[in-house]
Design a protein around this ligand. Structure first.
Ligand SMILES: [Zn+2]
Ligand SMILES: [Zn+2]
Length: 245
């Protein structure tokens, strides 16, 4: 029986992503029903085919900060588009958001050598607006896991254990397990997210939580296992909304 509870889902897609099927209202409804304390709307960046224009992100401030007792975070799952770690969203948008994820996706970044894939992620982590890396265990993009986890630990940035990886990204378990093992060893902060593309998936974290626990990751390392921990993290990351608390 594991005692860690995930109170926030920090990676969720709405219909704005083009290949996800639920609205903001439907997602908040499910989050509230499941007793989540926070949910982050993190649609794909503009380089994803069918993804939103950058104006989508510039206008996210109109979402309420809290609804049905669920804190609403405005975010993005930005695409890394080159080995320099460039993102598909300008700084003017990134600086407005509560949470910025960066990740490698095939339509936006052709899988390359282990060295180049790793460089792309490390360079993205160097971007001051990037809070963490999504699904680093993806087998489509072989990486130097140790280098990534050490960099994340040093910078205090998040590595995601993505619950959908075990379903949508075949063969992810080995990479995810390695990331989790190294995160436990080097003390990198992690987030356990659903990556929901349908409202009913919001808050699903059974497999990622089991993997985190079996890898020896502590609850203090799991940023979304406690709302105060999450808010402290976002405050330390300099997010405007949490600075004025
Ligand atoms: Zn997607
Ligand atoms: Zn996603």
């Amino acid at each position: 029986m594991n005692e860690i509870k995930i109170v926030a889902d920090l990676h969720v897609h709405t219909i704005s992503s083009g290949h996800a099927y639920s609205t903001v209202a439907e997602i908040i409804e499910v989050a509230a029903q499941k007793g989540l304390e926070a949910v982050a709307f993190t649609d794909h960046g503009p380089a994803m085919p069918g993804g939103p224009h950058r104006y989508h992100f510039g206008n996210l401030y109109i979402l309420p900060e809290k609804e049905k007792n669920v804190e609403i975070l405005r975010g993005v799952e930005a695409n890394i588009i080159d080995k320099d770690g460039s993102l598909d969203l300008p700084v003017q948008c990134l600086r407005l958001l509560d949470i910025v994820w960066a990740g490698l996706h095939i339509p936006c970044f052709q899988p390359s050598t282990r060295n180049i894939n790793t460089k792309a992620l490390l360079n993205a982590l160097d971007n001051p607006y990037v809070d963490g890396i999504v699904h680093p265990g993806n087998p489509d993009f072989p990486i130097d896991e140790t280098a990534l986890v050490q960099a994340a630990a040093k910078k205090g940035k998040l590595l995601e254990i993505n619950n959908s990886s075990f379903i949508a990204r075949r063969g992810s378990k080995t990479g995810c397990r390695e990331i989790a093992r190294l995160a436990s060893r080097y003390g990198a902060p992690v987030a356990l997210n659903s990556d929901a593309h349908l409202a009913r998936e919001v808050g699903c974290n059974e497999e990622s939580l089991a993997l985190a626990v079996e890898s020896g990751i502590s609850s203090e390392q799991i940023i979304n296992s406690n709302l105060e921990l999450l808010k402290d993290f976002l405050q330390k990351r300099g997010k405007k909304r949490f600075l004025r608390r």
